[in-house]
Design a protein around this ligand. Sequence first.
Ligand code: CS2
Length: 494
Amino acid sequence: MKTTIHLNQDKLQELGSRLPVPKYNRSATNIGIVHIGVGGFQRAHQAYYLHQLRQLGEASEWGICGIGLRESDTKLSDILKAQDHLYTLMVKHPDGKIESEIMGSIVDFKMGTTDPEPVISRMAHKDTRIVSLTITEGGYNFNPTTGEFNFDNPDIQHELRHPQDPITVYGFLTAALKRRRDAALPAFTVLSCDNIEHNGDMTRKMLLAFAEVQDPDLAKWIAQEVCFPNSMVDRITPVTVKADIDSLAQSYGVDDAWPVTCEPFIQWVIEDKFSNGRPAFEKVGVQFVPDVGPYEKMKLRLLNAGHSVLGLLGAIHGHPTINACIEDKVFKRYLRTFLDTEATPILGNIEGIDLMDYKDSLLTRFANPNIKDSVSRICSESSAKLPKFLIATIHENLAIGGSIKLATLVIAAWCYYSDKEVDQNGQPLEIIDAMQGKLHDAAKETANNMLAFVQLESLFGGLAKNERFTKVYCAMLQQLYEAGDIKKMMHSMI
Ligand code: CS2
């Protein structure tokens, strides 16, 4: 039995005999990247790539400072502080093998909730050259149907009136960029790493909409000086559970309060448009391309949509994880049929990519039995995800006369899920959604008005007015509410 060692900088050498640790000098690091929204995904993805680069002896000017803008980030902030911002990445292979390695690329963390100043000055610091974001699909503050900035948000209203007291990412970005402009420092790049089509373009549009109202001169400067590369990010990163912490302690005697688990697959495709330089990410496998559009669309409409299809249908049926769904032949076939007949036809050709291979690899990734990615993680914040992942595909198929039925069942299932809040065995569902109350009320209203749920225009646009859609949808909803057997319905459709 190994003695347990609490993970921190002083213990790295000792831990190095047990598992791979950073070989680079972490104290000789300049902070070049400020990252807003540190979570499992960023720690398994961007921070991993940077760690790899630093292991090659490069990028000492590209240390990462994490930023938390929500109260709920305090826990991670405290844990990282106590571990000198070190953490373990546990890569879980399908054969049961877990490769664990300690990551050192994050070197600082600041919270912006009580006092914004340390965050603004870090972002405005001369060494900061990139501000990257994983603030989730819901964090961009746009109306999913119109794609316009939501000025009704009270936090945004506050920031417009009090630019020196930012709350959201927009307030912090403008405060820091203003300081840089006034100090004649070059702008930083704003790099979105969220699952949104044209994530860079969208961030630019939102930030400029906000800045135009707050300070039109600054907006002009941002428009000229700040680059917003689009990027496609990919690595399945399940929620860390206690068993992961325990297994790390058992296997290596490492006491890490919040390790990150992920699949072996990793991909990052970025447009090479940076305001003030970038790390040599290509040395560790990041792809730079002139137009990320087709890659983003492929990933969102196949991988993320595929997750949502399994997640919502699986949740109602009572499957706990994505791999459990794939082990169920009906679910697996349903997913493949959806991908082939509804999602693929609208993608067209993507140069250099064989979509058949891509879909085969998705099914293999989803099947990884060691990952145990919970359907509750996939279903969380469906109101922010589904418009981008799935509803867009329904709209596009309606426009070209394509098939919509498999995706429509998922929408009917989402209504049922939001209404009942239990699965078909009567077990409570863990529902996490900023719109949960609204979704529940609209879904309940189905008893009087079958279209009530899809009449939520901010999510579905004009879908409730499309006769072809409503016919299929109402028939499915009726069957689901009457017979209540989602798997039977799925089976009859494939
Ligand atoms: C998932 C994603 O949130 C979701 O619903 O589809 O988190 C997915 O695992 C990642 O985008 C994979 O790169």
